[in-house]
Ligand binder design. Structure first.
Ligand code: SF4
Ligand code: SF4
Length: 115
């Protein structure tokens, strides 16, 4: 499943650079599928909507750092442990029960992000 960031976040930015999918953004900053991935053109999100990979999308948080669920793969295919969890000094990166995915689904997701 994807991870999420709790309100305990102290804005240290350690997780942002640790993510292999560029799935983590500072609160208030717009996100894009193409950031840190090889995705180009139309991209189908998990909710079925289609966006252009390079379009800038509204921030999912205007407070703490946030994780884009469509870009988080739990670090599958890159690392054995979620790197944001390892990097966070206050244990703010936690599983997001809203986005349950199997290992196979996460690996497929990783392959779609890095062609
Ligand atoms: S678990 Fe990995 S892919 Fe997901 S947000 Fe954290 S560092 Fe990024
Ligand atoms: S590492 Fe933790 S405290 Fe630092 S920005 Fe990320 S979620 Fe917030």
């Amino acid at each position: 499943m994807a991870l999420k960031i709790t309100d305990d976040c102290i804005f240290c930015a350690a997780c942002e650079s640790a993510c292999p999918n560029n799935a983590i953004y500072e609160g208030g900053v717009e996100w894009a599928m193409a950031d840190g991935t090889s995705v180009k053109g139309d991209f189908v999100l998990k909710d079925g909507s289609i966006i252009d990979a390079s379009q800038r999308n509204a921030p999912l948080s205007t407070g703490p750092y946030y994780i884009v669920p469509d870009k988080c793969t739990e670090c599958q295919g890159f690392h054995e442990e979620p790197q944001c969890v390892t990097a966070c000094p206050v244990d703010s990166c936690v599983p997001d029960e809203m986005y349950r995915e199997s290992i196979e689904e996460l690996l497929n997701k990783k392959d779609k992000l890095h062609l």
